[in-house]
Write a protein that binds this ligand. Structure first.
Ligand code: DOR
Ligand code: ZN
Length: 346
């Protein structure tokens, strides 16, 4: 029986760090075990220019514990006014690693996102030319489309047409939640990747809605039926390099989660590696954990994998705190509803 596994230091290819007191509380949680992360730009106001990205990167670096080697990989928030030249300069300077597309209204702080995809055509063409990846929140926002169908409809109506119209555009389907997402990504060739979150490997929609409403399991895209969760687990654990970890760890204070109209997001930065080791062990795929957390992402982003390693050991269940304290109030840590036997050796 395996009771220890050593993998290259992981990266998180989709992370929300927020700003101010929240940033200072959550950044160390990721920096403890991850070397790099793609940082989401959905602040208020959003990170829309190279200058904003540089200033935000400096605030993140200042929030890290002394001696942390963590590198934030910055993104720009795509709007209908994004200047292709500013974007190209920020990319050439190494200031940004990718650009994030939110359909306007799809999720938290997405109001400045894209409504008319024709308006961002010149930016997408510039990105294809310079090889800057586009990270996409893939859900339509039409009120007549059922929320559980919004990802599958987006693929058909928006994503596939954009990719056909923009050859060479490198795209990451962020936080996929459906078998349609898995299928489309796995057939998309080398210019298409997909991130999968930790929590979507663990919960289905029953966890949110059956036996009482559980706001801490509400995130976007919302967790789907069990058959979709199983498709995600197969995709993450079968060794296909298309799929890599993007936790979408998205902290909101309990006060903001437990409202009549509560915020979307699961906070998994604290216990993600323990949960993933448990999931991969359950799938008989511990030997593929490293590909998912540490190799497939750098391969897609054309970066070298990290030199360092982390070791996970198996033993008595690890107890994580049920929340972390932040200057803005407590943030609940995602409860995977199963004992976690794998801990990161310090
Ligand atoms: O659950 C989510 N939370 N999904 C998103 O797309 C955004 C995120 C957030 O920023 O809170
Ligand atoms: Zn996100």
């Amino acid at each position: 029986m395996t009771d220890s596994i050593t993998i290259r230091t992981p990266d998180d290819w989709h992370l929300h760090l927020r700003d101010g007191a929240m940033l200072r509380a959550v950044a160390p949680e990721t920096a403890r075990h991850f070397a790099r992360a793609i940082i989401m730009p959905n602040l208020v106001p959003p990170v829309v220019t190279g200058a904003h990205a540089a200033a935000y990167r400096d605030r993140i670096l200042a929030a890290l514990p002394e001696g942390s080697g963590f590198t934030p990989l910055m993104t720009l928030y795509l709007t209908e006014d994004t200047d292709p030249e500013d974007l190209a300069r920020a990319h050439a300077d190494g200031l940004i690693t990718a650009v994030k597309l939110y359909p306007a209204g799809a999720t938290t702080n997405s109001a400045s996102g894209v409504t008319n995809f024709d308006k961002v055509r010149p930016v997408l063409e510039k990105m294809a030319e310079i090889g800057c990846p586009l990270c996409i929140h893939g859900e339509v926002v039409d009120s007549d489309i059922d929320i559980f169908d919004r990802e599958a409809v987006f693929i058909e109506r928006v994503l596939d047409p954009i990719r056909r119209a923009t050859p060479g555009l490198r795209v990451v389907m962020e936080h996929i939640t459906t078998m349609q997402g898995v299928e489309y990504a796995s057939e998309g060739g080398p210019d298409l990747g997909a991130t999968i979150t930790t929590h979507h490997l663990v919960i289905n929609r029953n966890h949110i809605l059956a036996g009482g409403i559980k706001p801490h399991y509400y995130c976007l895209p919302v967790a789907k039926r069990e058959e979709h969760r199983l498709a995600l687990r197969r995709a993450a654990t079968n060794g296909d390099p298309t799929f890599f970890l993007g936790t979408d760890s998205a902290p909101h204070t309990d006060a903001n989660k437990l409202l009549p109209c509560g915020c979307a997001g699961c906070f998994t930065a604290t216990n993600t590696l323990s949960i993933l080791a448990e999931v991969f062990e359950q799938e008989g795929a511990l030997d593929r954990l490293e590909g998912f957390t540490s190799l497939n992402g750098p391969n897609f982003y054309r970066l070298t994998p990290n030199d360092g390693t982390v070791t996970l050991t198996k033993g008595e269940p690890v107890i994580y705190p049920d929340h972390i304290d932040t200057g803005d109030g407590p943030v609940t840590v995602f409860d995977p509803l199963m004992p976690l036997h794998w801990r990161v050796a310090e």
